[in-house]
Design a protein around this ligand. Sequence first.
Ligand SMILES: Nc1ncnc2c1ncn2[C@@H]1O[C@H](COP(=O)(O)OP(=O)(O)OP(=O)(O)O)[C@@H](O)[C@H]1O
Ligand SMILES: [Mg+2]
Length: 314
Amino acid sequence: MTPSIALIGLTKVYEAAGVRAVDGIDLEVGQGELFGLLGPNGAGKTTIVGMCTTRVLPTGGRVEVDGVDVVADPAGVRRRIGVVTQYNTLDRACTVAENIYYHCRFFGMSKASGRRRTDGLLEQFRLADRAEAMPDELSGGMAQRLQVARAIAHHPQVLFLDEPTAGLDPQSRIALWDIVADLRREGITVLLTTHYMEEAEQLCERVAIIDQGRILVCDTPASLVKGLNAGRVVLLALDSRDAGLLTRLGAIEGVTEVQPTDDGGVRLLAATANGRLLPQVVEAAQPNGVRDLAINDPSLETVFISLTGRDLRE
Ligand SMILES: Nc1ncnc2c1ncn2[C@@H]1O[C@H](COP(=O)(O)OP(=O)(O)OP(=O)(O)O)[C@@H](O)[C@H]1O
Ligand SMILES: [Mg+2]
Protein backbone atom coordinates (compact mmCIF):
# COMPACT_ATOMS: atom_id res chain seq x y z
CA MET A 1 0.00 0.00 0.00
CA THR A 2 1.28 3.48 -0.87
CA PRO A 3 2.22 5.33 2.31
CA SER A 4 0.10 8.35 3.05
CA ILE A 5 3.19 10.53 3.58
CA ALA A 6 6.72 9.58 2.53
CA LEU A 7 9.80 11.68 3.27
CA ILE A 8 12.89 10.56 1.40
CA GLY A 9 16.21 12.09 2.44
CA LEU A 10 14.31 15.31 3.06
CA THR A 11 16.62 18.27 3.65
CA LYS A 12 16.27 22.03 4.07
CA VAL A 13 19.28 24.30 4.32
CA TYR A 14 18.75 28.03 4.80
CA GLU A 15 21.96 29.14 3.09
CA ALA A 16 21.87 32.80 4.09
CA ALA A 17 21.31 31.97 7.75
CA GLY A 18 23.72 29.03 7.60
CA VAL A 19 21.08 26.75 9.16
CA ARG A 20 20.51 23.09 8.34
CA ALA A 21 16.90 23.11 9.56
CA VAL A 22 16.07 19.60 8.29
CA ASP A 23 18.89 17.16 7.80
CA GLY A 24 18.11 14.10 5.65
CA ILE A 25 14.87 12.74 7.09
CA ASP A 26 13.45 9.40 5.97
CA LEU A 27 9.97 8.61 7.21
CA GLU A 28 6.79 6.83 6.13
CA VAL A 29 3.38 7.49 7.64
CA GLY A 30 0.73 4.87 6.85
CA GLN A 31 -2.82 5.50 5.64
CA GLY A 32 -5.05 6.48 8.55
CA GLU A 33 -2.17 6.69 11.00
CA LEU A 34 -1.99 9.37 13.70
CA PHE A 35 1.68 10.24 13.72
CA GLY A 36 3.54 12.70 15.92
CA LEU A 37 6.73 14.69 15.39
CA LEU A 38 7.96 15.52 18.87
CA GLY A 39 10.82 17.93 19.35
CA PRO A 40 11.99 21.08 21.15
CA ASN A 41 11.89 24.64 19.78
CA GLY A 42 13.88 24.93 16.59
CA ALA A 43 14.03 21.15 15.98
CA GLY A 44 12.70 21.62 12.44
CA LYS A 45 9.06 20.59 12.93
CA THR A 46 7.48 23.54 11.12
CA THR A 47 10.02 23.32 8.30
CA ILE A 48 9.16 19.63 7.78
CA VAL A 49 5.44 20.40 7.72
CA GLY A 50 6.12 23.34 5.40
CA MET A 51 7.84 21.07 2.89
CA CYS A 52 5.06 18.44 3.13
CA THR A 53 2.40 21.10 2.49
CA THR A 54 4.03 22.90 -0.50
CA ARG A 55 4.89 26.02 1.53
CA VAL A 56 8.64 25.44 1.78
CA LEU A 57 10.86 24.12 -1.04
CA PRO A 58 13.22 21.30 -0.07
CA THR A 59 16.91 21.81 -0.85
CA GLY A 60 17.42 18.03 -0.94
CA GLY A 61 15.39 14.83 -1.03
CA ARG A 62 11.65 14.78 -1.61
CA VAL A 63 8.15 14.35 -0.15
CA GLU A 64 5.27 12.34 -1.53
CA VAL A 65 1.69 12.62 -0.30
CA ASP A 66 -0.42 9.65 -1.39
CA GLY A 67 2.28 8.95 -3.96
CA VAL A 68 2.15 12.50 -5.40
CA ASP A 69 5.42 14.46 -5.40
CA VAL A 70 4.99 17.77 -3.56
CA VAL A 71 7.37 19.75 -5.77
CA ALA A 72 6.28 18.22 -9.10
CA ASP A 73 2.52 18.59 -8.45
CA PRO A 74 1.85 21.09 -5.66
CA ALA A 75 -1.76 21.68 -6.73
CA GLY A 76 -2.45 17.93 -6.68
CA VAL A 77 -1.03 17.74 -3.17
CA ARG A 78 -3.00 20.75 -1.92
CA ARG A 79 -6.25 19.04 -2.93
CA ARG A 80 -5.31 16.02 -0.83
CA ILE A 81 -4.24 17.80 2.34
CA GLY A 82 -5.60 19.99 5.10
CA VAL A 83 -3.24 22.24 7.02
CA VAL A 84 -3.45 23.96 10.36
CA THR A 85 -0.37 26.13 10.81
CA GLN A 86 1.27 27.12 14.06
CA TYR A 87 -0.33 30.56 13.90
CA ASN A 88 -3.94 31.67 13.59
CA THR A 89 -4.66 32.13 9.88
CA LEU A 90 -8.42 32.69 10.14
CA ASP A 91 -9.80 35.44 7.94
CA ARG A 92 -10.62 38.12 10.49
CA ALA A 93 -12.89 40.02 8.10
CA CYS A 94 -15.22 37.01 7.72
CA THR A 95 -17.57 35.34 10.18
CA VAL A 96 -16.91 31.90 11.63
CA ALA A 97 -19.30 30.29 9.12
CA GLU A 98 -17.85 32.26 6.19
CA ASN A 99 -14.33 31.09 7.04
CA ILE A 100 -15.47 27.52 6.37
CA TYR A 101 -17.88 28.33 3.54
CA TYR A 102 -15.37 30.25 1.39
CA HIS A 103 -12.83 27.48 1.89
CA CYS A 104 -15.41 25.01 0.50
CA ARG A 105 -16.10 27.28 -2.46
CA PHE A 106 -12.38 27.74 -3.09
CA PHE A 107 -12.06 23.98 -3.38
CA GLY A 108 -14.81 23.85 -5.98
CA MET A 109 -17.96 22.99 -4.02
CA SER A 110 -21.29 24.37 -5.22
CA LYS A 111 -23.06 26.99 -3.09
CA ALA A 112 -25.52 24.40 -1.79
CA SER A 113 -22.97 21.74 -0.88
CA GLY A 114 -20.66 24.42 0.58
CA ARG A 115 -23.49 25.53 2.85
CA ARG A 116 -24.33 21.94 3.82
CA ARG A 117 -20.68 21.15 4.61
CA THR A 118 -20.31 24.36 6.63
CA ASP A 119 -23.40 23.62 8.73
CA GLY A 120 -22.24 20.04 9.30
CA LEU A 121 -18.78 21.11 10.44
CA LEU A 122 -20.13 23.85 12.73
CA GLU A 123 -22.23 21.17 14.44
CA GLN A 124 -19.40 18.63 14.58
CA PHE A 125 -16.97 21.13 16.10
CA ARG A 126 -19.54 22.64 18.49
CA LEU A 127 -19.37 26.07 16.87
CA ALA A 128 -22.95 26.28 15.59
CA ASP A 129 -23.99 28.92 18.13
CA ARG A 130 -21.00 31.08 17.14
CA ALA A 131 -21.60 30.83 13.37
CA GLU A 132 -22.12 34.59 12.95
CA ALA A 133 -19.34 35.63 15.38
CA MET A 134 -16.09 37.15 14.13
CA PRO A 135 -12.86 35.17 14.70
CA ASP A 136 -11.55 37.81 17.11
CA GLU A 137 -14.49 37.10 19.41
CA LEU A 138 -13.56 33.41 19.83
CA SER A 139 -11.58 31.89 22.67
CA GLY A 140 -8.25 30.30 21.78
CA GLY A 141 -9.77 26.82 21.93
CA MET A 142 -12.70 27.76 19.68
CA ALA A 143 -10.42 29.48 17.16
CA GLN A 144 -8.30 26.37 16.99
CA ARG A 145 -11.39 24.16 16.50
CA LEU A 146 -12.46 26.45 13.67
CA GLN A 147 -9.04 26.18 12.05
CA VAL A 148 -9.28 22.38 12.12
CA ALA A 149 -12.87 22.45 10.81
CA ARG A 150 -11.81 24.68 7.91
CA ALA A 151 -8.76 22.52 7.18
CA ILE A 152 -10.87 19.38 6.67
CA ALA A 153 -13.79 21.08 4.88
CA HIS A 154 -12.74 19.79 1.43
CA HIS A 155 -12.44 16.19 2.72
CA PRO A 156 -8.64 15.85 2.56
CA GLN A 157 -7.09 12.40 3.09
CA VAL A 158 -4.20 13.84 5.07
CA LEU A 159 -4.27 16.49 7.79
CA PHE A 160 -1.20 18.37 9.03
CA LEU A 161 -1.45 20.00 12.45
CA ASP A 162 1.54 22.11 13.48
CA GLU A 163 1.51 22.49 17.29
CA PRO A 164 -2.30 22.42 17.38
CA THR A 165 -2.56 22.93 21.13
CA ALA A 166 0.31 25.37 21.78
CA GLY A 167 -0.89 28.14 24.07
CA LEU A 168 -4.25 26.49 24.85
CA ASP A 169 -5.47 26.00 28.40
CA PRO A 170 -5.53 22.34 29.57
CA GLN A 171 -9.29 21.97 29.04
CA SER A 172 -9.21 23.24 25.46
CA ARG A 173 -6.19 21.06 24.82
CA ILE A 174 -8.07 17.93 25.88
CA ALA A 175 -11.11 19.00 23.81
CA LEU A 176 -8.88 19.27 20.76
CA TRP A 177 -7.33 15.86 21.47
CA ASP A 178 -10.87 14.41 21.35
CA ILE A 179 -11.47 16.07 17.99
CA VAL A 180 -8.22 14.75 16.55
CA ALA A 181 -8.96 11.25 17.85
CA ASP A 182 -12.41 11.42 16.16
CA LEU A 183 -10.81 12.41 12.84
CA ARG A 184 -8.52 9.45 13.18
CA ARG A 185 -11.59 7.21 13.48
CA GLU A 186 -12.90 8.70 10.22
CA GLY A 187 -9.77 7.33 8.56
CA ILE A 188 -7.91 10.60 7.90
CA THR A 189 -4.13 10.39 8.20
CA VAL A 190 -2.95 12.94 10.76
CA LEU A 191 0.60 14.23 11.12
CA LEU A 192 0.93 16.51 14.09
CA THR A 193 3.89 18.29 15.62
CA THR A 194 4.19 19.07 19.27
CA HIS A 195 6.64 19.81 22.01
CA TYR A 196 4.24 18.47 24.64
CA MET A 197 5.32 14.95 25.41
CA GLU A 198 1.96 14.19 27.08
CA GLU A 199 0.27 15.04 23.80
CA ALA A 200 2.50 12.73 21.78
CA GLU A 201 2.15 9.99 24.37
CA GLN A 202 -1.64 10.17 24.69
CA LEU A 203 -2.63 10.79 21.12
CA CYS A 204 -0.15 9.36 18.66
CA GLU A 205 0.18 5.79 17.48
CA ARG A 206 3.78 6.39 16.51
CA VAL A 207 6.15 9.20 17.33
CA ALA A 208 9.40 10.40 15.83
CA ILE A 209 11.53 12.34 18.28
CA ILE A 210 13.43 14.99 16.36
CA ASP A 211 16.24 17.31 17.32
CA GLN A 212 18.38 19.59 15.16
CA GLY A 213 16.67 18.46 11.97
CA ARG A 214 17.18 14.74 12.49
CA ILE A 215 15.05 11.84 13.67
CA LEU A 216 16.61 10.41 16.82
CA VAL A 217 14.13 7.55 17.26
CA CYS A 218 10.79 6.52 15.80
CA ASP A 219 8.37 4.01 17.31
CA THR A 220 5.20 3.67 19.39
CA PRO A 221 5.32 5.74 22.59
CA ALA A 222 5.16 2.54 24.65
CA SER A 223 8.11 0.94 22.83
CA LEU A 224 10.21 4.09 23.12
CA VAL A 225 9.66 4.24 26.86
CA LYS A 226 10.25 0.49 27.21
CA GLY A 227 13.53 0.87 25.30
CA LEU A 228 14.88 3.02 28.13
CA ASN A 229 15.19 -0.11 30.23
CA ALA A 230 14.31 1.99 33.22
CA GLY A 231 11.47 1.30 35.59
CA ARG A 232 11.95 4.45 37.59
CA VAL A 233 13.18 7.99 37.28
CA VAL A 234 14.55 9.53 40.47
CA LEU A 235 14.97 13.30 40.74
CA LEU A 236 17.25 14.70 43.42
CA ALA A 237 17.37 18.33 44.55
CA LEU A 238 20.73 19.02 46.19
CA ASP A 239 22.66 21.73 48.06
CA SER A 240 25.71 21.01 45.91
CA ARG A 241 26.87 18.72 43.12
CA ASP A 242 30.31 17.35 42.25
CA ALA A 243 31.97 14.62 40.18
CA GLY A 244 32.32 12.31 43.20
CA LEU A 245 28.55 12.34 43.70
CA LEU A 246 27.87 11.39 40.08
CA THR A 247 30.34 8.49 40.36
CA ARG A 248 28.81 7.24 43.64
CA LEU A 249 25.30 7.34 42.16
CA GLY A 250 26.40 5.62 38.96
CA ALA A 251 27.89 2.76 40.97
CA ILE A 252 24.57 1.86 42.61
CA GLU A 253 23.13 -1.45 41.44
CA GLY A 254 20.43 -1.00 38.78
CA VAL A 255 21.25 2.63 37.97
CA THR A 256 21.57 2.92 34.18
CA GLU A 257 22.00 6.68 33.76
CA VAL A 258 23.00 9.64 35.91
CA GLN A 259 22.26 13.08 34.47
CA PRO A 260 22.94 16.49 35.97
CA THR A 261 19.84 18.71 35.70
CA ASP A 262 19.78 22.43 34.89
CA ASP A 263 18.75 23.37 38.43
CA GLY A 264 21.84 21.83 40.03
CA GLY A 265 20.22 18.49 40.87
CA VAL A 266 20.55 15.01 39.43
CA ARG A 267 18.22 12.72 37.49
CA LEU A 268 18.73 8.96 37.74
CA LEU A 269 17.32 6.23 35.55
CA ALA A 270 17.14 2.89 37.30
CA ALA A 271 15.87 -0.61 36.67
CA THR A 272 13.30 -1.81 39.17
CA ALA A 273 15.25 -4.90 40.23
CA ASN A 274 17.11 -3.23 43.11
CA GLY A 275 14.69 -3.18 46.05
CA ARG A 276 17.03 -0.98 48.15
CA LEU A 277 17.49 1.70 45.49
CA LEU A 278 16.20 4.70 47.41
CA PRO A 279 18.13 4.19 50.67
CA GLN A 280 21.29 3.71 48.60
CA VAL A 281 20.61 6.87 46.58
CA VAL A 282 20.00 8.91 49.72
CA GLU A 283 23.16 7.56 51.35
CA ALA A 284 25.28 8.31 48.28
CA ALA A 285 23.88 11.82 48.00
CA GLN A 286 23.92 12.68 51.72
CA PRO A 287 27.31 14.51 51.62
CA ASN A 288 25.83 16.86 49.01
CA GLY A 289 22.77 17.71 51.07
CA VAL A 290 19.55 16.10 49.77
CA ARG A 291 16.86 18.81 49.75
CA ASP A 292 14.16 16.84 47.96
CA LEU A 293 13.57 13.56 46.18
CA ALA A 294 10.89 12.60 43.67
CA ILE A 295 10.17 9.31 41.93
CA ASN A 296 8.45 9.24 38.55
CA ASP A 297 7.52 6.75 35.89
CA PRO A 298 9.62 7.12 32.73
CA SER A 299 7.95 9.00 29.87
CA LEU A 300 8.73 10.27 26.37
CA GLU A 301 10.33 13.25 28.10
CA THR A 302 12.74 10.82 29.75
CA VAL A 303 13.48 9.29 26.34
CA PHE A 304 14.33 12.72 24.95
CA ILE A 305 16.56 13.62 27.89
CA SER A 306 18.27 10.26 27.70
CA LEU A 307 18.99 10.79 23.98
CA THR A 308 20.09 14.43 24.10
CA GLY A 309 21.00 15.18 27.70
CA ARG A 310 18.60 18.13 27.45
CA ASP A 311 15.12 18.91 28.63
CA LEU A 312 12.33 19.00 26.05
CA ARG A 313 10.99 22.35 27.23
CA GLU A 314 14.26 24.11 28.02
N1 LIG B 1 12.98 31.25 6.86
C1 LIG B 1 14.01 30.87 7.61
N2 LIG B 1 15.24 31.40 7.44
C2 LIG B 1 16.29 31.02 8.18
N3 LIG B 1 16.22 30.10 9.17
C3 LIG B 1 15.02 29.53 9.42
C4 LIG B 1 13.86 29.89 8.66
N4 LIG B 1 12.82 29.15 9.13
C5 LIG B 1 13.32 28.38 10.12
N5 LIG B 1 14.64 28.60 10.30
C6 LIG B 1 15.52 27.93 11.27
O1 LIG B 1 15.41 26.53 11.06
C7 LIG B 1 15.40 25.82 12.30
C8 LIG B 1 14.12 25.01 12.43
O2 LIG B 1 13.03 25.90 12.57
P1 LIG B 1 11.53 25.38 12.68
O3 LIG B 1 10.65 26.57 12.74
O4 LIG B 1 11.26 24.39 11.62
O5 LIG B 1 11.55 24.63 14.09
P2 LIG B 1 10.32 24.11 14.99
O6 LIG B 1 10.67 22.75 15.44
O7 LIG B 1 9.05 24.30 14.27
O8 LIG B 1 10.39 25.10 16.24
P3 LIG B 1 9.20 25.68 17.17
O9 LIG B 1 8.92 24.62 18.19
O10 LIG B 1 9.80 26.89 17.79
O11 LIG B 1 8.03 26.00 16.29
C9 LIG B 1 15.58 26.88 13.39
O12 LIG B 1 16.93 26.96 13.70
C10 LIG B 1 15.09 28.16 12.71
O13 LIG B 1 15.74 29.27 13.27
MG1 LIG C 1 7.32 25.28 14.69
